[in-house]
Design a protein around this ligand. Structure first.
Ligand code: HEM
Ligand code: HEM
Length: 227
């Protein structure tokens, strides 16, 4: 059984994510997951077996804060050094249109094994555009509410009280998104090649043409080559 499609370097490949995007994504993933597991220990309580891994409940609180600072550094790194990419990402999200809506409607059928015809997609497909809007919004809420909870004495009491449910709800929404996203970006048959785009930076040209036809034509097509 093969979990992720084989990495093929004997076929034409095209760049999908540069080094800054990849470092930011995986650095953020590691620190996010550390925050998640240590946060769950504090949230659930009574999970001694999980708390032991992080040196008990106090240890989990400490690792949570260290990972939170690490996550903040990754976000700043990605924003400063990947500013152009960030703007291009936002511009792509603003292109959300009919083809993205059709993608979102048809993808569940494809997921269940039905044969469907997905219209051409830009750099990020309709689902990825949705993920790009919901998950980063939740992460921003986690960061803001997290620092308010960390330094309660410098914020109004009402804001500190509001920060707790905000942090918990953002954790729940982002975790649901990350579970779906992690599967679709790795093991899901058909979309697994995207993993190599985020891991090594490139994807197979034929995969890019098939999954992101508009992006491929605009970036690597004949018109783009002529410009
Ligand atoms: C910059 C990012 C973050 C900061 C500054 C931050 C800060 C904090 C602080 C100060 C606490 C209270 C800890 C304690 O009581 O000892 C906390 C709790 C918690 N955090 Fe975070 N956090 C961040 C990111 C995250 C992320 C990414 C997740 C999960 C995806 C998360 C999930 C939780 C959970 C579930 C709790 C327990 C809340 C409760 O007891 O109701 N945090 N966080
Ligand atoms: C759990 C392991 C993870 C895997 C296997 C994974 C995989 C991937 C892959 C392959 C892509 C590129 C998709 C493309 O070609 O466009 C991607 C993009 C992205 N990832 Fe992850 N990721 C993981 C965790 C995370 C986490 C923890 C977050 C944030 C909390 C995150 C947020 C994003 C966002 C916002 C994008 C761009 C939009 C999209 O493609 O959906 N990822 N990820």
């Amino acid at each position: 059984m093969q979990w992720i499609p084989e990495y093929r370097d004997d076929v034409e490949r095209v760049e999908r994510f540069n080094a800054v995007a990849r470092i930011t994504h995986w650095g953020h993933t590691v620190t996010f997951l550390l925050c998640l597991f240590t946060g769950l220990i504090l949230f659930l309580g009574g999970v001694d077996w999980l708390a032991t891994i992080f040196g008990g409940y106090r240890g989990a609180g400490l690792v949570h804060r260290i990972a939170a600072v690490g996550m903040t550094i990754m976000l700043i790194f990605g924003t400063v050094f990947g500013f152009k990419g960030l703007i291009a990402w936002i511009k792509d999200l603003l292109r959300f249109g009919v083809n993205d809506i059709i993608f979102v409607c048809l993808f569940p059928l494809e997921f269940l094994g039905f044969k469907v015809k997905i219209p051409p997609q830009t750099r990020f497909n309709g689902g990825e555009k949705g993920n790009s809007m919901v998950t980063p919004t939740m992460v921003i809420l986690l960061v803001l509410s997290g620092y308010i909870m960390w330094f309660p004495s410098i914020f109004p009491a009402g804001l500190v009280r509001f920060a707790y449910p905000t942090h918990d709800l953002a954790m729940i929404f982002s975790t649901v998104m990350v579970c779906m996203h992690g599967y679709l970006g790795s093991f899901h048959p058909g979309s697994g090649e995207s993993f190599w785009g985020m891991w090594k930076g490139t994807v197979r040209a034929d995969w890019a043409k098939h999954h992101h036809a508009t992006w491929y034509a605009e970036t690597y097509g004949d018109k783009a080559k002529a410009e």
